[in-house]
Design a protein around this ligand. Structure first.
Ligand code: LMR
Length: 397
Protein backbone atom coordinates (compact mmCIF):
# COMPACT_ATOMS: atom_id res chain seq x y z
CA UNK A 1 0.00 0.00 0.00
CA UNK A 2 2.72 2.49 0.91
CA UNK A 3 5.41 1.53 -1.56
CA UNK A 4 4.34 4.12 -4.10
CA UNK A 5 4.64 6.99 -1.61
CA UNK A 6 7.39 9.55 -2.03
CA UNK A 7 9.13 11.22 0.90
CA UNK A 8 7.48 14.46 1.97
CA UNK A 9 9.94 17.32 2.55
CA UNK A 10 10.80 18.14 6.17
CA UNK A 11 8.75 20.93 7.74
CA UNK A 12 10.41 24.27 6.86
CA UNK A 13 10.51 25.31 10.54
CA UNK A 14 10.20 22.29 12.86
CA UNK A 15 12.25 20.13 10.44
CA UNK A 16 15.23 22.39 11.25
CA UNK A 17 14.96 21.61 14.96
CA UNK A 18 15.13 17.89 14.08
CA UNK A 19 18.29 18.56 12.05
CA UNK A 20 19.68 20.70 14.87
CA UNK A 21 19.19 17.88 17.39
CA UNK A 22 21.20 15.54 15.17
CA UNK A 23 24.06 18.03 14.75
CA UNK A 24 27.00 16.85 16.91
CA UNK A 25 28.80 20.25 16.98
CA UNK A 26 28.80 21.61 20.57
CA UNK A 27 28.80 25.27 19.44
CA UNK A 28 25.50 24.87 17.52
CA UNK A 29 22.76 27.50 17.99
CA UNK A 30 19.12 27.06 17.03
CA UNK A 31 17.46 30.30 15.89
CA UNK A 32 14.81 28.58 13.77
CA UNK A 33 11.58 27.60 15.60
CA UNK A 34 9.96 30.31 17.72
CA UNK A 35 10.89 29.12 21.19
CA UNK A 36 11.93 31.52 23.96
CA UNK A 37 15.27 30.97 25.69
CA UNK A 38 16.43 32.67 28.89
CA UNK A 39 19.98 33.92 29.44
CA UNK A 40 20.99 30.38 30.46
CA UNK A 41 19.84 29.18 27.01
CA UNK A 42 16.91 27.26 28.50
CA UNK A 43 13.14 27.27 28.06
CA UNK A 44 12.09 26.90 31.69
CA UNK A 45 8.60 26.29 33.04
CA UNK A 46 7.30 29.58 34.47
CA UNK A 47 7.06 29.71 38.29
CA UNK A 48 3.40 30.76 38.00
CA UNK A 49 2.74 27.65 35.89
CA UNK A 50 4.50 25.35 38.40
CA UNK A 51 2.47 26.81 41.24
CA UNK A 52 -0.78 26.44 39.30
CA UNK A 53 0.05 22.81 38.52
CA UNK A 54 0.59 22.11 42.24
CA UNK A 55 -2.83 23.54 43.02
CA UNK A 56 -4.36 21.51 40.19
CA UNK A 57 -2.90 18.26 41.53
CA UNK A 58 -4.65 18.89 44.82
CA UNK A 59 -7.93 20.08 43.35
CA UNK A 60 -8.49 17.89 40.32
CA UNK A 61 -11.01 15.14 41.00
CA UNK A 62 -11.84 13.64 37.60
CA UNK A 63 -10.44 13.06 34.13
CA UNK A 64 -13.81 12.92 32.43
CA UNK A 65 -14.31 14.56 28.99
CA UNK A 66 -14.42 18.32 28.70
CA UNK A 67 -17.28 19.89 26.71
CA UNK A 68 -16.56 20.12 22.94
CA UNK A 69 -15.61 23.84 23.14
CA UNK A 70 -13.82 23.38 26.48
CA UNK A 71 -14.97 24.79 29.83
CA UNK A 72 -16.90 28.06 29.78
CA UNK A 73 -14.52 29.57 32.38
CA UNK A 74 -11.59 28.97 30.01
CA UNK A 75 -13.40 30.76 27.16
CA UNK A 76 -14.12 33.67 29.51
CA UNK A 77 -10.39 33.94 30.38
CA UNK A 78 -9.44 33.93 26.70
CA UNK A 79 -11.94 36.65 25.82
CA UNK A 80 -10.96 38.84 28.77
CA UNK A 81 -7.31 38.86 27.68
CA UNK A 82 -8.25 39.61 24.07
CA UNK A 83 -10.76 42.39 24.59
CA UNK A 84 -10.26 43.60 28.19
CA UNK A 85 -12.69 42.95 31.05
CA UNK A 86 -15.13 45.78 30.34
CA UNK A 87 -15.55 45.39 26.61
CA UNK A 88 -18.99 45.51 25.00
CA UNK A 89 -18.14 42.32 23.06
CA UNK A 90 -18.07 40.45 26.39
CA UNK A 91 -21.08 42.10 28.00
CA UNK A 92 -23.30 41.59 24.94
CA UNK A 93 -22.70 37.83 24.84
CA UNK A 94 -21.92 37.96 21.13
CA UNK A 95 -18.47 36.37 21.52
CA UNK A 96 -18.00 32.62 21.83
CA UNK A 97 -14.81 30.60 22.24
CA UNK A 98 -13.49 27.09 21.88
CA UNK A 99 -10.39 25.79 23.66
CA UNK A 100 -8.09 24.42 20.97
CA UNK A 101 -4.82 22.48 20.81
CA UNK A 102 -2.57 25.55 20.45
CA UNK A 103 -3.00 28.38 18.00
CA UNK A 104 -2.41 25.92 15.18
CA UNK A 105 -5.43 23.87 16.27
CA UNK A 106 -7.48 27.07 16.34
CA UNK A 107 -6.39 27.93 12.80
CA UNK A 108 -7.35 24.49 11.53
CA UNK A 109 -10.76 24.58 13.21
CA UNK A 110 -11.27 28.10 11.79
CA UNK A 111 -10.28 26.84 8.33
CA UNK A 112 -12.74 23.92 8.52
CA UNK A 113 -15.48 26.17 9.87
CA UNK A 114 -15.00 28.73 7.08
CA UNK A 115 -14.84 26.06 4.37
CA UNK A 116 -18.07 24.46 5.53
CA UNK A 117 -20.09 27.49 6.61
CA UNK A 118 -18.93 30.33 4.37
CA UNK A 119 -18.93 28.56 1.00
CA UNK A 120 -16.90 30.26 -1.71
CA UNK A 121 -14.90 32.40 0.72
CA UNK A 122 -11.19 32.68 -0.09
CA UNK A 123 -8.70 33.48 2.64
CA UNK A 124 -6.09 36.21 2.18
CA UNK A 125 -2.75 35.97 4.00
CA UNK A 126 0.08 38.49 4.24
CA UNK A 127 3.08 38.12 1.93
CA UNK A 128 5.16 36.87 3.66
CA UNK A 129 3.40 34.91 6.39
CA UNK A 130 4.05 31.97 8.75
CA UNK A 131 4.89 29.02 6.49
CA UNK A 132 2.17 26.87 8.05
CA UNK A 133 -0.72 29.27 7.38
CA UNK A 134 -1.00 28.40 3.71
CA UNK A 135 -0.63 24.68 4.42
CA UNK A 136 -3.32 24.66 7.12
CA UNK A 137 -5.91 26.58 5.10
CA UNK A 138 -5.20 24.61 1.93
CA UNK A 139 -5.60 21.37 3.93
CA UNK A 140 -8.99 22.67 5.09
CA UNK A 141 -9.99 23.09 1.43
CA UNK A 142 -9.76 26.89 1.23
CA UNK A 143 -8.36 28.92 -1.64
CA UNK A 144 -5.45 30.94 -0.22
CA UNK A 145 -4.58 34.33 -1.72
CA UNK A 146 -1.88 36.84 -0.75
CA UNK A 147 -1.81 40.55 -0.02
CA UNK A 148 1.47 42.54 0.01
CA UNK A 149 2.83 43.27 3.48
CA UNK A 150 6.57 43.67 3.90
CA UNK A 151 8.86 46.02 2.01
CA UNK A 152 12.09 44.01 1.89
CA UNK A 153 14.09 46.85 0.34
CA UNK A 154 13.38 49.22 3.22
CA UNK A 155 12.69 46.65 5.99
CA UNK A 156 9.36 48.17 6.83
CA UNK A 157 5.63 47.72 6.35
CA UNK A 158 4.46 48.29 2.78
CA UNK A 159 1.29 49.93 4.03
CA UNK A 160 0.26 51.54 0.73
CA UNK A 161 0.46 48.27 -1.18
CA UNK A 162 -1.24 46.42 1.68
CA UNK A 163 -4.19 48.81 1.89
CA UNK A 164 -4.57 48.97 -1.89
CA UNK A 165 -4.86 45.17 -1.99
CA UNK A 166 -7.23 44.99 0.99
CA UNK A 167 -9.49 47.62 -0.60
CA UNK A 168 -9.96 45.18 -3.48
CA UNK A 169 -10.74 42.06 -1.37
CA UNK A 170 -14.34 41.13 -2.11
CA UNK A 171 -17.13 41.13 0.48
CA UNK A 172 -17.45 37.73 2.11
CA UNK A 173 -13.77 36.76 1.82
CA UNK A 174 -11.64 36.31 4.92
CA UNK A 175 -8.43 38.28 5.66
CA UNK A 176 -5.88 36.86 8.07
CA UNK A 177 -4.12 39.53 10.14
CA UNK A 178 -1.29 38.97 12.63
CA UNK A 179 -2.53 40.57 15.87
CA UNK A 180 1.01 41.59 16.90
CA UNK A 181 4.63 40.50 16.47
CA UNK A 182 4.15 39.61 12.81
CA UNK A 183 5.61 36.19 12.00
CA UNK A 184 8.05 36.22 10.16
CA UNK A 185 8.89 39.94 9.85
CA UNK A 186 8.33 41.38 13.36
CA UNK A 187 6.83 44.43 11.61
CA UNK A 188 3.41 45.51 12.87
CA UNK A 189 1.06 48.30 11.82
CA UNK A 190 0.92 51.24 14.27
CA UNK A 191 -2.31 52.28 15.99
CA UNK A 192 -3.32 54.72 13.22
CA UNK A 193 -2.64 52.09 10.55
CA UNK A 194 -4.73 49.53 12.46
CA UNK A 195 -7.60 52.04 12.53
CA UNK A 196 -7.34 52.42 8.75
CA UNK A 197 -7.33 48.64 8.26
CA UNK A 198 -10.45 48.34 10.42
CA UNK A 199 -12.18 51.01 8.35
CA UNK A 200 -11.30 49.18 5.13
CA UNK A 201 -12.68 45.94 6.57
CA UNK A 202 -15.99 47.59 7.46
CA UNK A 203 -16.28 49.36 4.11
CA UNK A 204 -15.40 46.25 2.09
CA UNK A 205 -17.29 43.69 4.16
CA UNK A 206 -14.51 41.12 4.45
CA UNK A 207 -14.17 39.09 7.62
CA UNK A 208 -11.03 39.68 9.74
CA UNK A 209 -9.40 36.57 11.17
CA UNK A 210 -6.70 37.45 13.70
CA UNK A 211 -3.81 35.12 14.38
CA UNK A 212 -2.85 36.33 17.86
CA UNK A 213 -0.04 34.07 19.02
CA UNK A 214 2.26 36.55 20.77
CA UNK A 215 0.12 38.76 23.00
CA UNK A 216 2.46 40.30 25.58
CA UNK A 217 5.66 39.62 23.63
CA UNK A 218 5.66 42.99 21.83
CA UNK A 219 4.97 45.99 24.08
CA UNK A 220 2.53 44.58 26.69
CA UNK A 221 -0.73 42.64 27.01
CA UNK A 222 -2.92 45.71 26.42
CA UNK A 223 -0.61 47.46 23.95
CA UNK A 224 -0.40 44.35 21.76
CA UNK A 225 -4.21 44.16 21.53
CA UNK A 226 -4.54 47.59 19.90
CA UNK A 227 -5.08 46.14 16.44
CA UNK A 228 -7.72 43.63 17.49
CA UNK A 229 -9.52 46.25 19.53
CA UNK A 230 -9.57 48.69 16.60
CA UNK A 231 -11.69 46.10 14.78
CA UNK A 232 -13.88 45.32 17.82
CA UNK A 233 -16.49 48.00 17.35
CA UNK A 234 -20.28 47.83 17.77
CA UNK A 235 -21.81 45.16 15.54
CA UNK A 236 -18.42 43.93 14.22
CA UNK A 237 -17.87 40.34 13.13
CA UNK A 238 -14.45 38.72 13.46
CA UNK A 239 -12.55 35.63 14.49
CA UNK A 240 -9.41 35.28 16.63
CA UNK A 241 -7.03 32.33 16.86
CA UNK A 242 -4.96 32.82 20.01
CA UNK A 243 -2.20 30.82 21.60
CA UNK A 244 -0.68 30.43 25.06
CA UNK A 245 2.39 28.55 23.79
CA UNK A 246 4.61 31.62 23.96
CA UNK A 247 3.21 33.98 26.58
CA UNK A 248 2.78 31.17 29.16
CA UNK A 249 5.72 29.17 27.77
CA UNK A 250 3.37 26.18 27.41
CA UNK A 251 4.63 24.98 24.03
CA UNK A 252 4.06 21.27 24.52
CA UNK A 253 0.71 21.56 26.31
CA UNK A 254 -0.90 22.75 23.04
CA UNK A 255 -3.27 25.28 24.49
CA UNK A 256 -4.99 28.06 22.57
CA UNK A 257 -8.41 29.32 21.64
CA UNK A 258 -10.69 30.14 18.76
CA UNK A 259 -12.96 33.10 19.51
CA UNK A 260 -15.73 34.21 17.21
CA UNK A 261 -17.48 37.56 17.55
CA UNK A 262 -20.88 37.70 15.82
CA UNK A 263 -23.14 40.69 15.23
CA UNK A 264 -25.48 39.59 18.02
CA UNK A 265 -26.04 36.88 20.61
CA UNK A 266 -28.30 34.76 18.37
CA UNK A 267 -25.76 34.64 15.55
CA UNK A 268 -23.06 33.78 18.08
CA UNK A 269 -25.08 30.79 19.31
CA UNK A 270 -25.52 29.54 15.73
CA UNK A 271 -21.83 30.00 15.02
CA UNK A 272 -20.84 28.15 18.20
CA UNK A 273 -23.02 25.18 17.29
CA UNK A 274 -21.16 24.94 13.97
CA UNK A 275 -17.75 25.44 15.58
CA UNK A 276 -18.59 22.46 17.77
CA UNK A 277 -19.19 20.34 14.67
CA UNK A 278 -15.75 21.35 13.33
CA UNK A 279 -14.07 20.52 16.66
CA UNK A 280 -15.88 17.18 17.01
CA UNK A 281 -14.65 16.12 13.56
CA UNK A 282 -11.09 17.13 14.41
CA UNK A 283 -10.21 16.02 17.94
CA UNK A 284 -13.62 15.63 19.62
CA UNK A 285 -12.90 17.84 22.63
CA UNK A 286 -9.77 19.48 23.98
CA UNK A 287 -7.20 18.04 26.41
CA UNK A 288 -7.65 19.51 29.90
CA UNK A 289 -4.25 20.16 31.43
CA UNK A 290 -3.03 23.27 29.58
CA UNK A 291 -6.40 25.01 29.72
CA UNK A 292 -6.67 24.35 33.43
CA UNK A 293 -3.26 25.99 33.97
CA UNK A 294 -4.51 29.10 32.17
CA UNK A 295 -7.77 29.39 34.08
CA UNK A 296 -6.03 28.65 37.40
CA UNK A 297 -3.49 31.44 36.85
CA UNK A 298 -5.87 34.00 35.39
CA UNK A 299 -8.48 33.27 38.06
CA UNK A 300 -6.11 33.96 40.96
CA UNK A 301 -4.91 37.54 41.52
CA UNK A 302 -1.55 36.47 43.00
CA UNK A 303 -0.72 33.95 40.28
CA UNK A 304 -1.84 36.37 37.63
CA UNK A 305 0.47 39.13 38.76
CA UNK A 306 3.34 36.64 39.05
CA UNK A 307 2.65 35.53 35.46
CA UNK A 308 2.49 39.13 34.23
CA UNK A 309 5.89 39.77 35.86
CA UNK A 310 7.37 36.69 34.20
CA UNK A 311 5.89 37.71 30.85
CA UNK A 312 7.35 41.21 31.21
CA UNK A 313 10.77 39.68 31.90
CA UNK A 314 10.58 37.58 28.72
CA UNK A 315 9.46 40.60 26.70
CA UNK A 316 12.19 42.88 27.97
CA UNK A 317 14.87 40.24 27.42
CA UNK A 318 13.74 39.83 23.79
CA UNK A 319 13.75 43.58 23.22
CA UNK A 320 17.20 43.81 24.83
CA UNK A 321 18.45 41.07 22.48
CA UNK A 322 17.17 43.10 19.52
CA UNK A 323 19.35 46.03 20.57
CA UNK A 324 22.34 43.83 21.41
CA UNK A 325 22.09 42.02 18.04
CA UNK A 326 22.25 45.34 16.17
CA UNK A 327 25.13 46.63 18.32
CA UNK A 328 27.15 43.41 18.10
CA UNK A 329 26.71 43.16 14.33
CA UNK A 330 28.17 46.67 14.05
CA UNK A 331 30.99 45.78 16.47
CA UNK A 332 31.83 42.81 14.23
CA UNK A 333 32.26 45.16 11.29
CA UNK A 334 28.88 44.73 9.55
CA UNK A 335 28.27 48.07 7.87
CA UNK A 336 24.69 47.43 6.67
CA UNK A 337 22.08 49.35 8.68
CA UNK A 338 20.31 46.83 10.91
CA UNK A 339 18.57 49.40 13.13
CA UNK A 340 15.18 48.24 11.76
CA UNK A 341 15.47 45.19 14.05
CA UNK A 342 15.00 47.43 17.09
CA UNK A 343 11.81 48.84 15.54
CA UNK A 344 10.33 45.37 15.10
CA UNK A 345 8.69 43.28 17.79
CA UNK A 346 8.24 39.71 18.98
CA UNK A 347 10.42 36.71 18.33
CA UNK A 348 11.24 37.22 14.68
CA UNK A 349 12.90 39.49 12.14
CA UNK A 350 14.42 38.98 8.73
CA UNK A 351 18.20 39.13 8.92
CA UNK A 352 18.56 40.04 5.24
CA UNK A 353 20.51 36.95 4.18
CA UNK A 354 20.12 34.86 1.04
CA UNK A 355 19.31 31.12 0.94
CA UNK A 356 23.00 30.45 0.24
CA UNK A 357 24.05 32.52 3.24
CA UNK A 358 21.50 30.65 5.40
CA UNK A 359 23.16 27.39 4.31
CA UNK A 360 26.60 28.77 5.00
CA UNK A 361 25.50 29.83 8.49
CA UNK A 362 24.39 26.26 9.14
CA UNK A 363 27.23 24.42 7.47
CA UNK A 364 30.20 26.54 8.51
CA UNK A 365 28.98 28.09 11.76
CA UNK A 366 26.36 25.62 13.13
CA UNK A 367 23.73 28.38 13.26
CA UNK A 368 20.24 27.29 12.25
CA UNK A 369 17.80 29.85 10.85
CA UNK A 370 14.78 29.47 8.56
CA UNK A 371 15.50 29.46 4.78
CA UNK A 372 13.74 32.81 4.32
CA UNK A 373 16.39 34.45 6.53
CA UNK A 374 14.03 34.70 9.53
CA UNK A 375 15.87 34.65 12.86
CA UNK A 376 14.40 33.92 16.27
CA UNK A 377 15.72 36.81 18.34
CA UNK A 378 14.29 35.14 21.47
CA UNK A 379 16.83 32.34 21.00
CA UNK A 380 19.79 34.75 21.28
CA UNK A 381 21.56 35.33 24.60
CA UNK A 382 24.32 37.68 25.80
CA UNK A 383 26.62 34.65 25.74
CA UNK A 384 25.93 33.35 22.22
CA UNK A 385 25.58 36.81 20.62
CA UNK A 386 29.22 37.20 19.67
CA UNK A 387 29.33 33.79 17.94
CA UNK A 388 26.11 34.64 16.07
CA UNK A 389 27.29 38.06 14.94
CA UNK A 390 30.77 36.86 13.95
CA UNK A 391 29.07 34.23 11.78
CA UNK A 392 26.76 36.82 10.20
CA UNK A 393 29.71 39.15 9.58
CA UNK A 394 31.55 36.31 7.88
CA UNK A 395 28.68 35.28 5.55
CA UNK A 396 27.76 38.88 4.74
CA UNK A 397 31.30 39.69 3.53
C1 LMR B 1 7.44 29.41 14.55
O1 LMR B 1 6.95 30.09 13.64
O2 LMR B 1 8.63 29.11 14.61
C2 LMR B 1 6.54 28.94 15.66
O3 LMR B 1 5.26 29.44 15.51
C3 LMR B 1 6.60 27.48 15.83
C4 LMR B 1 5.91 26.73 14.73
O4 LMR B 1 5.02 25.93 15.05
O5 LMR B 1 6.25 26.90 13.57
Amino acid sequence: MFESLTMAPPDPILGLTDAFKNDPRPEKINLSAGVYKNEANQTPILDSVKRAEQLMLERESSKTYLPIPGPEEYGACVRELLFGADHEVLASGRAVSAQTPGGTGALRVAGDFIHKNLPGASIWVSDPTWANHTAIFAAAGLTVKKYPYYDFANNTLDFDAMTAALRAVPKGDVVLLHGCCHNPSGMDPDAAQWATLAEISRAQGWLPLFDFAYQGFGDGLEEDAVGLRAFSTEGCELMVCSSFSKNFSLYNERVGGLTLVAANRDDAAKALSNLKVSVRCNYSNPPAHGGMIISTILGDAGLRSEWERELAQMRSRINHMRTLFVETLAAQGVTRDYSFITRQRGMFSFAGVTKEQVEELREKHAIYIVASGRVNVAGMTSKNMEHICKAFASVLK
